[in-house]
Design a protein around this ligand. Sequence first.
Ligand SMILES: N=C(N)NCCC[C@H](NC(=O)CCC(=O)O)C(=O)O
Length: 446
Amino acid sequence: MTAREYNFDGLVGPSHNYAGLSFGNVASFSNVKSASNPKQAALQGLAKMRALAARGFAQAVMPPHARPNFRMLRSIGFGGSDADVLAAAYRASPVTLACAYSASPMWTANAATVSPSADTLDGRVHFTAANLNNKLHRAIEHTQAARSLRAIFSDSRHFAVHDALPQTPAFGDEGAANHTRLCANHAAAGVEFFVYGRVEFDPSAPAPKKYPARQTLEASQAIARLHGLDASRTVFASQNPDVIDQGVFHNDVIAVGNGNVLFYHEQAFANEARVLGSLRAAMDGMGAVLAPVRVDTGLVSVADAVASYLFNSQLLSKPDGSMALVVPHECAENPAVSRYLQQLVAGGGPINELIDFDLRQSMRNGGGPACLRLRVALTAEEAAAMHPGVVMTETLYATLVAWVEKHYRDHLEPKDLADPQLALECAAALEELERILGLPGLYDLS
Ligand SMILES: N=C(N)NCCC[C@H](NC(=O)CCC(=O)O)C(=O)O
């Protein structure tokens, strides 16, 4: 049996804006209230999907969510017609309106945690929608995230989609941004590696002091249980709280794994030696030996890693077994990172190619190539059972580019969120998108 890893990239929604909503995410805070360009953001994301699909990587698209989220606004007391709701929210709390309008579902690494069928007790692919409960604008995503996953992966013989964990800090869950998988190949059982930022029920465990830790150990353990993972092939590790306090709000800002390779910064984990030891032990007998690619602070500081998003890269296996690193263009602009990367690909190790994308619109909100995609490893049979309308092809790319050109603005400022016309434009865009993707009823607009 063979399996391939599909990357489901989030299609950037028409309300992409910079609202400074993510305390602890340096880019989000630095670009607060600057003007965004939703059209360019969506086109940049689509260009990445198209280029990777053209290279033969399995690529699919995850639809944006309906915004503004009127249900949230009404639930906190803004009433009347939709236009009344928008006007009242803007008057009373512009930041709450920005939360309701956030296009943050574009970062699909946070949509869910995914376990391929080779790892699960019942032999199905398991998904758990992430509750993202650390931030209001993200905590409203899980309902649609689960709905979209159920629409795409509807065949219950192959797929199980779990609702988000309880919406409470003890179960703070940020999805695949704090989860990676190491394996000999995608069809074989792998080691699922969960990285958490704090432990709710152990106040003595390491935790950051300045910025929030979004993922808890309790959440990671709950997902492993829900997915029916084998304890001997599951590793839980504490993130280094000091790097969270330097802007590493998700583990995928400082580490990424693929196949037998773990590409990480030396400061990523609270106890590096223990992490490597646990991974090696869990991989024993799997037909693959852990290949750590460790980046020393002397070569790339944590500040440079955060500014360039070096580790928020996609590590993709090529047909010959070597790997390409998909990096944001900011890596080429950072002298230390650029120097490091040139040495890395020339060094004879597993990573021998760089693929560079301009994702500046997303990057300005702290979302790099890895944030924009959810990895789903599927056997051929499972791939045949998912909804085919989301798989990236040249035709779908052209259709989506035309759709973006038709519906998206190229300039959005905070005051524009009060314009009732914007809400109508977003609704019209998504209505057409349901048809393009062949997913009628994708959105619950009742
Ligand atoms: N690392 C991963 N996997 N994802 C990155 C998510 C970025 C996102 N930014 C935001 O939500 C900013 C929105 C704003 O400020 O307007 C976040 O902080 O949750």
